[in-house]
Design a protein around this ligand. Structure first.
Ligand SMILES: Nc1ncnc2c1ncn2[C@@H]1O[C@H](COP(=O)(O)OP(=O)(O)OP(=O)(O)O)[C@@H](O)[C@H]1O
Ligand SMILES: [Mg+2]
Length: 494
């Protein structure tokens, strides 16, 4: 079969790094092609070249067998290559229909043809099985809904290749499986899909072929069933990986964080939580169960109407984030955009941002600051190349690590982590678990919010499950988590 899209010897050099080095890739019509690799391996860069965002430094491109150049995103779209960005490119204030036809408005006699816009929009939404109308405001949709609008938009361009950069990183399990069934329908229509993900299980299950990149180079392309998850992970990191979860440390007796009767609104049930020194408590629940809201309320990012917080046995009053930081609480947000990095600032500035005062005597001592940051870079294996170039240029996973380093640099007593391994590759995940386990061994109290059940089970001493803003129980198995999270009766065992 002739590839729809092919690259040979593709190289991309940025001032500080060679992001891609002689990569070959072929994409067949109607195939789902998985792209995997560690953070910074070059996955997003490759996709950005294919969608016309970056020009390659060298290498050849072929579309339907003919040599070609993809000069800009508009040219890519005209050829039939569409990219679903992680940071979705939609206008929140506009309706779904208006977003779908932005730049390709359906007109009649020089005016927007409302009827036709609506009809075609409804048809596209039906194709992706969206459960919302074309007149809905995009800002009111969930992330999963916005992704569907992006995919519908790709269909409106009659895309033959759709590129998805970590689409499932922000989806719940149910939303992800809806996306996979949509992908298999698109496949039947002959659409080729390039699918980036750090979840090796879903990559193996839903892709036909898989390409592994490491340090900008092609490691191999193979049929999905030709390699186990373990084998793929080894190809990604180029070495044997130790067990994913390091042994758990033993928590001590003293309570570090005590939250009693926390309420976000008057009508809500009270929220209680206790974490001991060295204890890692997991907070499970479906997307929307209120896990993030509670964490945000604890650290003063969100108003609360009542409740007491004690840190190390002392009652504290937390109204603003600065209060939380002063009494030793640190919260690493789940949100990629709002994760508290200033993307225009460099890695050094970002890591010491929350804690600059420590380095100011009264003028910031640059050497001391750089040494502290270098230590974090080493400890978290942040692959930043030049620590003085903007974090904007770091790969997604490495940005996440910088955000964690920033909060650890405040030397907290309590660390609240919201989806800490989202967008992080398997090797870095292992390192993140080890780091959390080591922090706990040193007496830190940790709260880990995660939608990945194996992660909670492998990492935490105790798992609390939330539903509708409330803790509904403690779980020790995946099944218990799911039943509690969804509000189902426990299975009767006879
Ligand atoms: N615009 C840019 N300027 C400079 N360097 C860049 C730029 N974009 C990417 N890089 C660098 O190129 C390398 C590859 O980054 P890329 O974003 O492609 O990685 P990735 O495989 O998508 O990683 P992740 O899994 O973390 O998203 C990294 O070292 C990154 O810092
Ligand atoms: Mg990326």
């Amino acid at each position: 079969m002739q590839p729809i899209l092919e690259v040979r010897g593709l190289t991309k050099t940025f001032p500080a790094v060679k992001a891609l080095d002689g990569v070959d890739l072929s994409v067949l019509p109607g195939e789902v092609h998985g792209i995997v690799g560690e953070n910074g391996a070059g996955k997003s860069t490759l996709m950005k070249i294919l969608s016309g965002i970056y020009p390659p430094s060298s290498g050849e491109l072929f579309f339907e067998g003919a040599p070609t150049a993809i000069r800009n995103p508009a040219a890519a779209i005209r050829m039939g290559i569409a990219m679903i960005h992680q940071e979705l490119n939609l206008v929140d204030e506009l309706s779904v229909a208006d977003n779908l036809f932005l730049g390709q408005e359906r007109t009649k006699a020089g005016r927007i043809d409302r009827g036709r816009t609506r009809l075609e929009a409804d048809d596209l939404l039906a194709q992706v099985k969206a459960g919302f109308p074309s007149e809905a405001r995009v800002g009111d949709l969930s992330i999963a809904g916005k992704q569907l609008v992006e995919i519908a938009k790709a269909l409106s361009y009659k895309a033959k290749v759709i590129i998805m950069d970590e689409p499932t990183a922000v989806l719940s399990e149910a939303e992800s499986s809806a996306l996979f069934s949509l992908m298999s329908r698109l496949k039947q229509d002959g659409v080729a899909i390039l699918f980036i993900s750090h979840h090796l299980r879903e990559v193996r299950e839903h892709c036909d072929r898989i390409t592994v990149l490491r340090d900008g180079r092609l490691v191999a392309t193979f049929h999905a069933d030709a390699a186990t998850e373990g084998a793929i992970a080894r190809m990604m990191v180029g070495r044997e990986l130790a067990d994913l979860f390091p042994p758990k440390s033993v928590p001590s007796a003293g309570t570090v964080l005590k939250v009693t009767g926390l309420r976000l609104v008057r009508s809500a049930p009270p929220f209680d939580l206790e974490i001991r020194a060295g204890e890692i408590v997991g907070l499970a629940g479906l997307v929307g169960s209120g896990r993030t809201e509670v964490a945000e309320a604890i650290v003063g990012l969100r108003p609360k109407v009542g409740g007491e917080i004690e840190v190390g046995g002392q009652a504290v009053s937390i109204r603003r984030p600065i209060d939380a930081m002063r009494c030793g609480l640190a919260y690493v947000s789940e949100d990629r955009k709002e994760r508290g990095l200033v993307l225009g600032m460099d890695t050094v500035q970002n890591v010491t941002l929350a804690n600059l005062r420590r380095y100011a005597h009264p003028v910031v001592r640059k050497k001391e600051e750089s040494a502290a940051v270098a230590a974090w870079v080493e400890k978290l294996d942040i692959r930043a190349g030049d620590l003085h170039s903007p974090t904007l240029y770091l790969s997604g996973g490495n940005q996440q690590k910088v955000a964690v380093a920033k909060w650890l640099d405040t030397r907290p007593k309590v660390l609240l982590l919201d989806e800490p391994t989202r967008g992080i590759d398997i090797g870095a995940k292992r390192e993140m678990y080890e780091l959390i386990q080591n922090l706990a061994a040193d007496g830190m109290a940790c709260l880990v919010i995660s939608s990945e059940m194996p992660e909670l089970l492998g990492l935490c001493h105790r798992i609390l499950v939330m539903r509708s803003g409330q803790i509904v129980g403690t779980a020790t198995t995946e099944e218990e988590i799911m039943r509690l999270a969804a509000g189902l009766e426990p299975l009767l065992v006879d």
